[in-house]
Design a protein around this ligand. Structure first.
Ligand code: NAP
Length: 460
């Protein structure tokens, strides 16, 4: 073997051993946190060629440090329901990594929330935020509170109690939360009001996703869904495909899903199915988005009600079955691990050409392997759904400058950011020997900026 090849081989062996050792430690320290371990494994598996090429990251202990949150805050949220009963929920904020800027990441209200879910989301957010090229660190938070079936006054009392504690740890230059599952404009409004009341000033930049009348950004509501479609369109264009005349299936019917459907339709696709946690609707004529928006954004109803207004459509109980519907493009936009290995195999057998992750970690590691092994175009969440946080950072910029940009200005910036993330992911996948593998490309492109900043800032 040539000397240079021998050195490369030695470095690769050393990098593999390092990754394995650190991952074993992460496993033993976080044994019950399956979602967090899954997210770490996906990133670590991509990093061997980077660590082999830049062994100083090993010397600086970057992996050991990047998997430990700078801070994990847990607190109780006592509140009273409409019948005078005391309720107590558990809440979290993980401030994972601030090497690129203030912590930034959404808040999730869902009964499944626990430290593993919040840590997986916060860990992913570090690299996603880095990919956007904006000055934002990684954080995430939420509570096991279930907003379903709660009255507006219950939601308000809960969110006020939640913010009464959270406000001690956040601020426009410290940590800037936004929405996520179960947290939309209504919840952000209540939280902003409570923060302002306690802190006594109008610090618009403390939360993003605010209402347009008090510091919110145009196009923030649309940003994650639109951004995911922009990313997938870019990926398809490179492969001589497009949304035009494609059949699309989108899971979920929340914020990300609705605006992914809207942009896909604007680009000429037919969206035939969407879901919520109770089941999915199939409308072979194409989903009527006005009905979905009214049911979900205004009336907070179940997706099953769609068929009452569109009797030719059908509702099927159980959301998992949505992936059995043949489609050209699948956009999972609901929740983590919603596409497992067998669902991925069904999608491939039915001829899917592209999969774009609007939700966070919606495909299991085995499902991703199925897509990659079958050469399906695959847009990973970290890159594809970064549009939401990108426009959140644009909201922060508008708040700091006390200016408001038009919808068109924000949308144009969003498109540029998504194209740039796509190009950077492609470039990294090529430089590090995995051309076309955007999982590897996005993980590496996101990691390198964070690792370099951590090296520059010393052992903190
Ligand atoms: P959302 O508005 O609350 O909508 C979530 C949708 O997914 C709802 O239709 C919900 O159905 C369904 N869903 C939630 N949990 C589910 C579960 N365990 N099983 C099946 N269906 C489930 O939330 P969102 O903001 O659209 O977020 C969706 C995904 O995108 C999440 O993974 C989130 O982390 C990710 N994301 C969001 C943003 C953002 O800007 N909002 C940015 C980046 C990534 P039910 O109503 O029945 O619960």
């Amino acid at each position: 073997m040539h000397v240079i090849d021998e050195i490369k081989q030695t470095n690769t062996d050393m990098a593999k051993a390092y990754v394995k050792t650190v991952f074993e430690t992460v496993k033993s320290r976080n044994a019950n946190e399956v979602e967090f371990l899954q997210a770490v494994k996906e990133v670590f598996d991509s990093l061997v060629p980077v660590l082999a090429k830049h062994p100083h990251y090993i010397k600086h202990g970057i992996l050991e440090r990047v998997v430990e949150p700078e801070r994990l805050i847990t607190f109780r949220v006592p509140w009273m329901d409409d019948h005078g009963n005391v309720k107590v929920n558990r809440a979290f904020r993980v401030q994972f990594n601030s090497s690129l800027g203030p912590y930034k990441g959404g808040l999730r209200f869902h009964p499944s929330v626990n430290s593993s879910i919040i840590k997986f989301l916060g860990f992913e957010q570090i690299f996603k935020n880095s990919l956007t090229g904006q000055p934002i660190g990684g954080g995430k938070g939420g509570s096991d509170f279930d907003p379903k079936g709660k009255s507006d006054t219950e939601i308000m009392r809960f969110t006020q109690s939640f913010m009464t504690e959270l406000c001690k740890y956040i601020g426009p230059d410290v940590d800037v939360p936004a929405g996520d599952i179960g947290v939309g404009a209504r919840e952000i409004g209540f939280m902003f009001g409570q923060y302002k009341r306690i802190r006594g000033g109008f610090e618009a930049g403390v939360l993003t996703g605010k209402g347009l009348g008090y510091g919110g950004s145009l196009a923030r509501k649309e940003a994650t869904g639109y951004g995911a479609v922009y990313f997938v369109e870019e990926m398809m264009k490179d492969n001589k495909l497009s949304f035009k005349d494609s059949t699309v299936v989108v899971s979920g019917s929340g914020n990300v899903s609705i605006y992914a459907m809207e942009k896909a339709m604007q680009l000429g696709a037919k969206v035939v199915a969407c879901s919520d946690s109770s089941g999915y609707i199939y409308d072979e004529n194409g989903i009527d988005l006005h009905t979905v928006k009214r049911l979900k954004e205004i009336e907070y109803k179940r997706i099953s009600e769609y068929v009452q207004e569109h009797p030719h459509a059908k509702f099927v109980s159980g959301f998992e079955g949505i992936w059995s519907i043949p489609c050209d493009i699948a956009l999972p936009c609901a929740t983590q691990n919603e596409i497992d290995e067998s669902a991925a195999k069904v999608l491939v057998a039915n001829g899917v050409k592209a999969v774009g992750e609007g939700a966070n970690m919606p495909s299991t590691l085995e499902a991703i392997d199925v897509f990659l092994n079958n050469k399906i175009l695959f847009a990973p969440a970290k890159a594809a759904n970064a549009g939401g946080v990108s426009v959140s950072a644009l909201e922060m910029a508008q708040n700091s400058s006390r200016l408001s940009w038009t919808f068109e200005e924000v949308d144009a910036k969003l498109q540029d950011i998504m194209k740039n993330i796509y190009q950077e992911s492609v470039k990294a996948s090529e430089i590090y020997g995995a051309p076309g593998n955007l999982v590897v490309g996005a993980n590496i492109a996101g990691f390198v900026k964070v690792a370099d900043a951590m090296v520059s800032q010393g052992l903190v």
